[in-house]
Structures are given as C-alpha cells and as structure tokens.
Ligand binder design. Structure first.
Ligand code: GAR
Length: 212
C-alpha cells in the first residue's frame, strides 16, 4: 500500500519528544527560525531536568514535563501524551533522544506521522548505545538514520541516512560527536521533506519526490 504523508499549505505543526540534552531539538528549532515549512509547537519530556525543556522555553515554545510516575501504566501515559500532541495541533511527532518506548496504541494513533533519529546506520545497531555497539563490532563506517516509527525498536521505514568514517583511535565520545553533526543536518531535512509532502511510504521504502 502506498500512502502519501505530509501536508502542503501552512507551516506544519511539529511536536518534539526529548529526554535529555536536546541538541537535535535545537537543530530543529534553529532550522525553523529560517525559511522552513514547519514550526515546533510543543516539546514534551519525560524527565523534568531535561535540557531540551530549557531550549524550548528559550525559543518561546510550550515545554511540558510529563512524568511517567504520575500514571498507572504505559497505556495511560501514552494516552495523555497523545492528547497533549493533538491539543497542540501537531501533525508530526519527532522523537529526538526520547528514551521511552512508545506503546502500540500511540504508534497507531499517529501512524505514518512519527519520526525518530538514531545514531547508527539502521538496521545495524538498534537500541541503546548504538555508537558503542559500532565500535565494539569494529565497523569502519557508522552514521545516522531518520526513520518513521513503527511498533518495533528502530525498525520503521528509513527516510534519510548519512555515513561517517570510524577512525582507528575513536572513542565513543569522538564517534558520537561526528555522528551528531550528521544528525543535526538530517533531522531538519527529513522534517522539511515531510512538511512539503515529498515523502511517500511504500511498504518498507520511503520515496522522496523531486522538488516541484
Ligand atoms: C542522539 O544521538 C540520538 O540519535 C540518540 O540520542 C541522542 C540524543 O541527543 N537517540 C537514540 O539513541 C535513540 N535510540 P540530543 O538529546 O542531544 O538530541
């Protein structure tokens, strides 16, 4: 089945979910300050100390901490999260260092409208500590992936990827920083393509329409 995703017209409203430092959020906020077809309307974190919340506030974007401890189970947390996203009018949900798994109901509710960024060339090294996994495995090329989110862990259709070399003397930090440069470029680009309705999900493949 082929589905056209994204929406032409006014600037696309985006919600960003982030658990930590928020450098990808910052890259998105920076892009949105320029000539960009999307704007961030909401940032949600599951951790109240997340720097991401401060970045959002500084940019004048609504920042909400949703503490999982306040909910009886993941389904209740996810339902509240989904309601926040819908109430903000967001049409796209971007996971940017969001370290909680989203349940099936949330993924179905926003099907084809959730993106994630992962610091590896998927399908290699899904899950936690992708850069360390790459170093431990001994690959010579690593990278970053932006993909749509499905019900698996880092398994959804791939939108964009970019590679970086792994150097002989790399530490986890050095490799992570090299990958992060690519992440900050890729994520705004993927959002831009979605907002311009240039992405089509066709099974596992995401096709990118040429600019008209
Ligand atoms: C990024 O490297 C992102 O790719 C990774 O967490 C970091 C968040 O950094 N995400 C994952 O590993 C998800 N599996 P940031 O908070 O500075 O954007």
């Amino acid at each position: 089945m082929t589905r056209i995703v994204g929406a032409m017209g006014e600037r696309l409203a985006v919600a960003v979910l982030a658990s930590g430092r928020g450098s990808n959020l910052r890259a998105i906020l920076d892009a949105a300050r320029g000539d960009f077809p999307a704007r961030v309307v909401l940032v949600v974190s599951d951790r109240d100390h997340a720097l991401a919340l401060q970045h959002a506030e500084r940019a004048g974007v609504r920042a909400v901490c949703l503490d999982p401890k306040g909910f009886p189970d993941r389904a209740a947390f996810d339902a509240a999260l989904g309601d926040l996203v819908d109430a903000a009018g967001a049409r796209l949900v971007c996971l940017a260092g969001y370290m909680r798994l989203l349940g099936r109901a949330f993924v179905r509710r926003f099907e084809g409208r959730i993106m994630n960024i992962h610091p590896a060339l998927l399908p290699a090294f899904p899950g936690l500590h992708a850069q360390r996994q790459a170093l431990d495995y001994g690959v010579k090329i690593a990278g970053a992936t932006v993909h749509f989110v499905d019900e698996g862990v880092d398994t959804g259709p791939i939108i964009l990827q970019s590679s970086v070399p792994v150097l002989d003397d790399d530490t986890e930090e050095a490799l992570s920083n090299r990958i992060l440069v690519e992440e900050h470029r890729l994520y705004p680009e993927a959002i831009r393509l979605f907002a311009l309705a240039r992405l089509t999900i066709d099974g596992r493949r995401v096709r990118i329409a040429r600019a008209s």
